[in-house]
Write a protein that binds this ligand. Structure first.
Ligand SMILES: Nc1ncnc2c1ncn2[C@@H]1O[C@H](COP(=O)(O)OP(=O)(O)OP(=O)(O)O)[C@@H](O)[C@H]1O
Length: 644
């Protein structure tokens, strides 16, 4: 790959040479016969030609004619109102329109034209040289303005925080660190991408961060996307009509029950019936889970002090408690506790213990009595993961001088791949406020419940430690899992162990915690990698929005100054260049990579130049992405100002 020295001049103007004529002898000037019928471009650009009376060979219409805008089929009108430096570049007139380069060839033309090293001293002079044969009007008039305008742009562009205000300061630092931007370093016409501004390709040497890898906590990319989409859809789900629920409940609205059980199926929370609703908070618009305890009468306001203590507990394995209140909105006296909401969460019971309806073939075999349904054991790695997460949550709660009081497969939520959270915290504290509670005993009871839960999960039976199932459960555990799990389970359910506390649990599972940590960190790497792939989206959407604001505005449809001149004209041509390419057969080029590359370079404002060809193919402009970017900024700011 070859890169070529950038002209040392500050000018943006580059003479375009048709690549086919690179090695050909210099073209002869156009015949005078042709010239006198063509309108002088100085008239089109400046409204007058100072060489009109000094021998300029082109046609100079009377003053009123010159001011008339040309139609679209003619060459673009570039008036003196043009502010973009690139517009001041000399206009390229191809030898014949039939040789208009296709998308590919225009790039090749660009390459070819730029491939010869720029002469030194300043390239500008080399541009002036062929004036006599190339264009009848003086270039020197343009040079000053171009130089001065470019000098405003070039040297400090990357120093100006305004230009890069879309990027975090790290990126600015990165830009500063890259020698490419250093003033003393060689500059190139054809620039490499600013890699600090682009998402690098995923290194294949790190298989665990690749989007197709499946980690313990993070599924592969496609599944992750599906999961997130589904959650987003769930949050926006509308409640079924006719539920007769309150429209507004203490600042929450759009109540949707998460439990569809009816009648005798309804499960109880202790002695009380309970329902969980998803509801939207009117203040912040976020969804929350509201657990309602029906027909509960609060005797003392102090019962809510436990909720206050629970609301201070933040832990990745505990569903956060936000607030609690009593209400008569359900036509009874209900207690409502508000929790963080996890869309598509299922309870551990639903995921692992709930009897699944057997597949068709299996059901048929059962009827004939040839085969009994088997349960699918929870993998040992998953059991350890659950153990560590629950133990970690319990430790946090016990250290806060509280007890969980409800460690049960129906109250632990699976909120992601192998991610669990203890839910419904704080409710028992309110319900049992009047009963005397010994915190130490409550904490021991937590550990016993924890042990029962381990047995239940390993044996796929919620009553694994009761109803005479214990011996069978021990046998199943011994057969399916390593002895450490059984030892831990027995330790937790034992009543008389002198040293039973959560810290002792961690002493027993210490080595397994290391695995969990490794998997958690790998999951984080995977997620970071996923996030990296999404980084580009925001910048591209921002740009596309600006394009949408600027291009084809109906109120300016009849105003040629809006889209046929200056900044807007460049934006229009650039839009054509990005989106409306056609191949050599005239078919649309729908190359997404081309679009993304162009937009990324535009957003980064690179110095790389691009050749924009007018729709009538009679002229073209060479502008840098940096200049196009400033055109877009200017046009957008005009609109924004007008809007204000
Ligand atoms: N914080 C929450 N975020 C999202 N969903 C939740 C939340 N809390 C509970 N749910 C969901 O609400 C549903 C009902 O919860 P509930 O605790 O009533 O479970 P259950 O299995 O019906 O147990 P039970 O009725 O015996 O208490 C469950 O599907 C659960 O996944």
């Amino acid at each position: 790959m070859a890169f070529f020295t950038r002209p040392t001049s500050a000018s943006a103007a580059v003479r375009i040479v048709d690549p086919n004529t690179q090695d050909e002898p210099v073209q002869q000037p156009q015949s005078r016969k042709d010239s006198v019928t063509r309108q002088c471009r100085n008239i089109m650009i400046y409204g007058f030609c100072k060489y009109a009376d000094k021998g300029c060979m082109y046609y100079h219409p009377p003053a009123q004619d010159a001011s008339q805008p040309t139609t679209r089929s003619e060459s673009p009108v570039i008036t003196s109102s043009i502010s973009a430096q690139a517009v001041n570049a000399p206009v390229f007139v191809p030898k014949s329109s039939a040789s208009f380069p296709s998308f590919k060839s225009s790039h090749e033309a660009m390459r070819a034209s730029l491939s010869s090293p720029s002469p030194s001293p300043p390239d500008y002079q080399s541009i002036q040289e062929p004036q006599a044969t190339y264009s009848p009007y003086s270039f020197s008039d343009l040079s000053d303005s171009v130089t001065s305008q470019m000098s405003q742009l070039s040297p400090h562009f990357y120093d100006d925080p305004q230009q890069f205000n879309n990027y975090p300061s790290d990126y600015e630092q990165a830009a500063a660190d890259i020698p490419y931007y250093s003033a003393s370093a060689p500059m190139f016409l054809r620039e490499p991408l600013n890699y600090h501004l682009y998402t690098p390709a995923i290194p294949s040497t790190l298989p665990f961060v690749s989007s197709s890898s499946d980690s313990h906590f993070v599924p592969q990319s496609s599944e992750l996307r599906q999961t997130l989409q589904s959650r987003s859809e769930t949050i926006r789900g509308v409640p079924p009509i006719g539920l007769n629920l309150p429209e507004e409940l203490q600042g929450y609205h759009t109540l949707t029950p998460l439990d569809t059980l009816v009648g005798s199926e309804r499960r109880k929370f202790g002695n009380w019936f309970s329902v969980v609703y998803r509801a939207i908070n009117s203040t912040n618009g976020a969804p929350y889970a509201l657990r309602r305890i029906e027909n509960f009468r609060l005797m003392h306001q102090t019962a809510f002090s436990a909720i206050e203590a629970w609301s201070r507990i933040q832990h990745p394995n505990i569903v956060s408690v936000h607030e609690a209140f009593t209400t008569r909105a359900f036509n009874d006296s209900s207690l409502v506790v508000v929790y963080s909401y996890y869309p598509d969460a299922q309870t551990l019971y639903d995921v692992h213990l709930k009897p699944k309806s057997p597949p068709f073939q299996q059901a048929f075999q059962n009827q004939t009595g040839t085969q009994t349904p088997q349960f699918t054991p929870v993998p040992e790695r998953t059991i350890w993961s659950y153990i560590i997460q629950i133990a970690s949550a319990i430790k946090k709660v016990h250290e806060a001088k509280l007890a969980v009081r409800m460690i049960d497969t129906t109250k632990i939520l699976v909120t992601g791949r192998n991610r669990i959270r203890i839910g419904s915290c704080g409710i028992v504290d309110v319900l049992m406020h009047d009963a005397h509670q010994d915190m130490h005993l409550s904490q021991l009871e937590d550990l016993t419940m924890f042990g029962r839960l381990i047995f239940a999960l390993c044996c796929n039976n919620a009553s694994a430690t009761t109803n005479g199932n214990f011996q069978k459960s021990l046998e199943i555990m011994g057969r399916l899992y390593s002895p450490e799990i059984k030892t831990l389970g027995l330790f937790l359910i034992s009543k008389s162990h002198p040293n039973k506390n959560i810290n002792a649990v961690f002493e027993m599972i210490g080595t397994r915690v290391v695995n969990e940590l490794d998997d958690a960190l790998s999951g984080q790497d995977r997620l970071e990698n996923e996030l990296l792939g999404e980084l580009e989206n925001a910048r591209l959407v921002r740009l596309l929005c600006k394009f949408g604001f600027i291009n084809e505005r109906p109120e300016f449809a009849r105003d040629p100054r809006w889209s046929e001149t200056g900044d807007r004209y460049i934006i229009k041509l650039f839009r054509d260049y990005v989106f409306h390419q056609i191949d050599e057969h005239g078919n649309p080029v729908t190359n997404l990579s081309h679009v993304l590359t162009c937009l990324s370079k535009l957003d980064a404002g690179t110095d790389e130049k691009v050749m924009l060809v007018a729709r009538d193919e009679q002229s073209c402009l060479v502008v840098s992405y940096k200049e196009i970017k400033s055109c877009i900024e200017a046009a957008f700011n005009d609109l924004a100002r007008a809007g204000r």
